[in-house]
Write a protein that binds this ligand. Sequence first.
Ligand code: UDP
Length: 324
Amino acid sequence: MKHILITGGAGFIGSHLADHLLAQGHTVTVIDDLSTGSIENIDGCRQNPNFYYHINTIMNEPLMAELVDRADEIYHLAASVGVRLIVEKPVETIETNIRGTEILLELAARKRKRTLIASTSEIYGKSSKVPFTEDSDLVFGSTTRPRWGYACSKAIDEFLALAYHREQKLPVTIVRLFNTVGPRQTGEYGMVIPRFVRQALAGEPITVYGDGSQSRAFGYVGDIVGALAALMDEPRAVGDVFNVGNDHEITIRQLAELIIQRAGSKSAINLVPFEKAYDENFEDLARRVPDLRKIKSLIGYEPKLGIQEIVDRVIVYFREKGGA
Ligand code: UDP
């Protein structure tokens, strides 16, 4: 039985991780400022006597010092996430992601607490060497395009975490999360699957950006949180970086068609030019697929849910919830 701290634990992935760790009998403390997370996400956890939560910011250093001291292990998931948020609030994104992680790492390093830092597949930028391996080059666009501020902020987090490992022996692991989906994810911040499912259920046109030939590989949140916990338990993962996701690729147009079919919807597909969807400085990525050989060989990771089952579960979730 461990005491585990999850920053961003009321978020989509963080709340699923909290469920998973509580089910294993651990004590879980969450800190979340509810910027993109919600109390509803942790409704189930709140029934559990081993669950504690603080609605507060990770920038609150005295509180963070106390929470880090009490924890045996720390999952750092708190961050500004989602393409839309990044384009709309670049200052907040860059500051939260860099300063917040710096505070956490400094505190964790003092007590050498086992830490896992959530990074992102955005970090590979627009590299065309698909699938992405952990040692691939990072290829970012100009600073005049806000999207890359997110990738750069996460790259700094990774450099800093690895530096704390090397210089101060912080037992840290970095995970690069690829497109992660499932119940509780909201379409509010631009994420494609909850948006398409909501549109399909409402019989509204499905807004496919560009020509829909861009592709992604979607991982189920339950598979992802299992992988994070397994990496945390694996001493050989310390000081290293891992892709986490699913490597089955699908184009956004195929995804729209699949969602329409699985939802039994009559929605049409509406192609929206990228400049209308975001702004003229936006750059989308043509393809993004993880190379999963590293995590597979270390912990025997195998994603269980394919895209059709994922879509079905999200449809059930939104039907029960009654809208996005
Ligand atoms: N997308 C889309 N319609 C939407 C939302 C997103 O066509 O309503 C596309 C988006 O342009 C991207 C893909 O779906 O190519 C995945 O977008 P998301 O924001 O979920 O994640 P990203 O991989 O871009 O971080």
